[in-house]
Design a protein around this ligand. Structure first.
Ligand code: ZN
Length: 248
C-alpha cells in the first residue's frame, strides 16, 4: 500500500514538474468567477499566478520501488532452460534512482525473489544520498551481452552466464549479484588491465569521480549491512562494480 501511494506521488509530482497547473477548485466554491469580497478576489489572483501556485514544484519525488513477477518473455536473452534458478523465482524490481544528470529516473533490475528486500533497502539509501547511477536497464536490452551492457555503463543484476573466466555459474545467474556503474567501477585483472577502453582511468582505488565506489565507503557499507560483499575486496582480480549476496 505504501508503495502504491508513493508511486501515485511520483505521477503527481511529474505532472506538476511539466508545468501544468495543479490548483483545483475548492469544494463548495460554487462560482469561481464571483468576486464578492476583496479577499476572494485576491485569492483568485494568487491562484492565477503560477509562481505562487505550488510551494515546491521542483522537489524530487520520494524513493519508490515495486516488486513484480517476471514472465519468460521479459527475459528473452538473460534466462533459458537449464539456468540454475527458474524464472518463476526471479522478480522485477522497478525503482527510482538518482542519475548522472542530477535528476530522478526509473530503473529496472531482475533479482532472485529472496533478495528483493536487500535491493530495496540499499537503493533507497543510494537515492536518498543522491548517489548517482548512470543508467539501469535489464541486460536483455543488450541481448544478454555482458560486454555491451558494461560498455554503456549499465547497472544490472540477473544474467544467466558463467563467471568471467570460469565455467561455473556467476552469482548473476542466481540473481544474487549486481554490477553498479561498471565503467566507473571496472573489472580489473591482477596486472591492472580492463577490457573496456572507456574504463581505463578508473582502474585504481581509491579514486575520485561521479559514481565511483571506494573501499569502505557508504555504498560498500550499505551493501555489507544486508550481507552483500564487494568485489573490490577480492585478492588479485578486482571487480569494483560487483556486489553479491554472501560474496563470490
Ligand atoms: Zn558482477
Amino acid at each position: 500500500m505504501k508503495r502504491a501511494a508513493a508511486m501515485a506521488f511520483v505521477v503527481l509530482a511529474s505532472v506538476s514538474c511539466a508545468g501544468k497547473p495543479v490548483a483545483s477548485p475548492a469544494p463548495g466554491n460554487a462560482s469561481p468567477r464571483s468576486h464578492e469580497t476583496p479577499e476572494s478576489s485576491a485569492s483568485a489572483q494568487a491562484t492565477a499566478e503560477p509562481s505562487t501556485a505550488s510551494p515546491s514544484p521542483t522537489a524530487p519525488p520520494e524513493f519508490s520501488s515495486k516488486v513484480s513477477r517476471v514472465s519468460r518473455d521479459q527475459l528473452p536473452y538473460s534466462w533459458r532452460p537449464g539456468c540454475p534458478v527458474p524464472y518463476q523465482d526471479l522478480r522485477l524490481v522497478t525503482l527510482t534512482y538518482w542519475g548522472f544528470d542530477d535528476k530522478p529516473h526509473t530503473g529496472e533490475l531482475v533479482v532472485r525473489k529472496t533478495v528483493t528486500d536487500d535491493i530495496e533497502t540499499v537503493f533507497k539509501k543510494l537515492y536518498d544520498w543522491r548517489w548517482p547511477i548512470k543508467q539501469m536497464k535489464l541486460v536483455d536490452a543488450y541481448k544478454g551481452d555482458d560486454y555491451d551492457s558494461i560498455d554503456v555503463d549499465n547497472t544490472s543484476a540477473f544474467n544467466c552466464r558463467p563467471a568471467t573466466g570460469s565455467s561455473n555459474w556467476s552469482n548473476h545467474a542466481y540473481g544474487e549479484a549486481i554490477d553498479i556503474n561498471p565503467r566507473e567501477n571496472p573489472y580489473v585483472t591482477a596486472n591492472g588491465g580492463t577490457a573496456h577502453q572507456n574504463a581505463k582511468k578508473f582502474t585504481k582505488r581509491p579514486t575520485d569521480g561521479k559514481g565511483v565506489i571506494n573501499p569502505g565507503d557508504r555504498v560498500v557499507r550499505a551493501f555489507a549491512q544486508v550481507g552483500w560483499e564487494w568485489g573490490g575486496y577480492w585478492s588479485g582480480t578486482k571487480d569494483y562494480q560487483h556486489f553479491s549476496k554472501g560474496g563470490g
